[in-house]
Write a protein that binds this ligand. Structure first.
Ligand code: ZN
Length: 335
């Protein structure tokens, strides 16, 4: 099956041509316009998708000598995400589908992240899926790839959002995740004892906003010199990873008591790029003899390859999805 997929849920314009389980071509354009605003501006994101999408698609078809009539399905992210951005990508994909008289397949962005590790790993079930992005922090239980249940999520900021907000407080560049990691590598992670909200609660939920507020107070009391930034970045990164590790560890025990013995963990989303958090997770799960999977590098942050992959796995020719409306709050439903 030859699939052309589009991802435009936030500030990455991404397209991918995938044949079965092979990426033929995958291009992602990260919008830089938002960096001067310190965060994504929805209206600017939609306009930028509109400008880039056509140019990128024409270029890809030309370079790969693609006959669009040979494409079997046109797929696009239909939520969750910024509604204007979702409308640009999905309408563009639907227009191509109508032009070439082919089916359109709507993809849930979260399902794209969740299934991303199955592209390069043979998943052992039941699988725990840890989704860490700028918009979501969630834990899913996957009994198989069609049985995906949300166990818990953040009740306020997403983990990637917390990284960005702390980076902004420390006057680092946007997006903040990689900047904090760089500064943290030179700092002392035991410099500051930061709060770990919800860590002792008997559920799978996270909270990161209190951590950010505490850091804001520390920033106001101290000089923003290099040592302070490095030490605070290291302490913040350590605290975030402790929160994640503790919740997962307790979650595994809870599931075990219910008779569910987890065989593997998938860590997906942009924050899975963070080497410090990866190492801590690897240590915990290796000790417990549970396999741990990460997506391919190009399938970690928002990307169209994971959208194409969901289409390859789940396209159903009996459904007519051309009228599927994008939904900014689309959820994962059990199928
Ligand atoms: Zn995402």
């Amino acid at each position: 099956m030859l699939v052309f997929a589009i991802e435009t849920s936030c500030d990455e314009t991404s397209i991918c041509l995938m044949k079965n389980n092979k990426i033929i071509k995958h291009i992602t354009h990260s919008q830089e316009i938002h960096s001067i605003h310190g965060g994504v501006v929805p209206e600017l994101a939609s306009r930028s998708h509109l400008e880039k999408l056509q140019e990128m698609t024409i270029k890809l078809f030309k370079e790969e000598d693609v006959n669009p009539y040979k494409i079997d399905v046109f797929a696009a992210t239909c939520g969750p995400g910024l509604i204007g951005s979702l409308l640009v990508g999905s309408t563009f994909a639907k227009s191509l589908a109508i032009s070439y008289n082919k089916p359109f397949f709507p993809v849930n962005h979260l399902e794209g992240h969740i299934l991303s590790t199955s592209f390069n790993n043979n998943i052992k079930y039941p699988n725990l899926n840890l989704l860490l992005t700028g918009g979501h922090t969630q834990i899913y239980l996957m009994k198989n790839e069609n049985n995906i249940r949300l166990l818990g999520e953040t009740i306020d900021d997403a983990v990637g959002e917390a990284f960005d907000k702390v980076a902004k407080l420390l006057e680092l560049k946007y997006p903040g995740g990689s900047e904090i990691e760089k500064k943290a590598s030179k700092g002392n992670e035991n410099s500051y004892n930061l709060p770990k909200p919800l860590i002792n609660k008997n559920n799978y939920n996270f909270s990161f906003s209190g951590l950010k507020t505490h850091i804001n107070l520390l920033v106001k009391k101290n000089n923003l010199n290099e040592n302070f930034i490095q030490d605070l970045s290291a302490s913040f990164q350590k605290t975030v990873s402790q929160i994640i590790i503790t919740k997962l560890d307790k979650g595994l025990d809870k599931l075990h008591k219910k008779g569910i013995s987890i065989k593997s963990l998938s860590v997906v989303g942009g924050v899975s790029n963070n080497n410090y958090i990866r190492k801590k997770l690897e240590n915990l799960f290796e000790r417990k003899n549970i396999e741990i999977y990460f997506p391919l590098k190009e399938m970690m942050s928002d990307n169209a390859a994971m959208i194409a992959w969901v289409c390859i796995k789940k396209f159903d020719s009996s459904k007519k999805d051309i009228f599927f409306k994008p939904d900014s709050r689309l959820q994962i439903k059990n199928i």
